[in-house]
Design a protein around this ligand. Structure first.
Ligand code: GAR
Length: 218
């Protein structure tokens, strides 16, 4: 069971860029589409990420932990984990966080850390598939259906238990940018907030490498 304690689910969101997924989460908390949830912090690895501005504008504590500020990857990994711990989160949300998650953090937040990936896993995922590259590869392959996936984070790249997926049709004349935008609008900004709401309300269990969602997921 992923959220059992009393009080709202404490969520930390990790970001690297524009933060449109972060914005979708903030909006859903504000309009009641996500319940029983408090966004307690935002962490970016990139000090110029617009996501940090979005957090500040919404009164959410935000900070940057950049690998550029540390002598080694090991030190960065430690600082990142420390920063996450300080927020005492029930759930860690990777919302466009383009950093390899340190193994110690995966172990500490097993089944309490989720990621949004811009394809229908197991298509176009794994090492090297992130951001626009996913949509370039999908168009190159000529698929007719794209989409997004929310999954728990395990030791593999995009291999953890799948929570929600949503399909999006590819259209004639799509560019990677157009497809990326449609996948965000029609899939990512819907299923990431929905997954958080399900987890925050204790409706998601993990058994082996699968999730079971109480009451269904629609
Ligand atoms: C999103 O499309 C997200 O799915 C992707 O990065 C983008 C971040 O956009 N994540 C990955 O590719 C992870 N493998 P945002 O900063 O506007 O939310």
């Amino acid at each position: 069971m992923l959220k059992t304690g009393s009080g709202p689910c404490r969520v930390v969101v990790l970001v690297s860029g524009g933060g449109t997924n972060l914005q979708a989460i903030i909006d859903c908390v504000n309009d009641g589409n996500i319940t029983n949830t408090e966004i307690v912090g935002v962490i970016s690895n990139n000090k110029n990420a617009y996501a940090l501005t979005r957090a500040e504008e919404n009164g959410i504590r935000a900070r940057c932990i950049s690998p550029k500020d540390y002598d080694s990857r090991e030190i960065f990994n430690e600082k990142l984990l420390q920063a996450v711990r300080e927020y005492e989160p029930d759930l860690v949300v990777l919302a466009g966080f383009l950093v390899v998650i340190p193994p110690a953090m995966i172990a500490e937040y097993r089944n309490r850390m989720i990621n949004i990936h811009p394809s229908l896993i197991p298509s176009f995922c794994g090492k090297g598939y992130y951001g626009l590259k996913v949509h370039e590869a999908a168009l190159e392959r000529g698929v007719k259906v794209a989409g997004a996936t929310v999954h728990f984070v395990d030791e593999g790249t995009d291999t953890g238990p799948i929570i929600l997926q949503k399909a999006v049709e590819v259209e004639q004349g799509d560019t990677p940018e157009k497809l990326q935008r449609r996948v965000m609008e029609q899939a990512e900004w819907k299923i990431l907030p929905r997954a958080i709401d399900l987890i925050a309300n204790g409706r998601v269990n993990v058994e082996k490498n699968r999730t079971i969602i109480k009451g269904g997921f629609l």
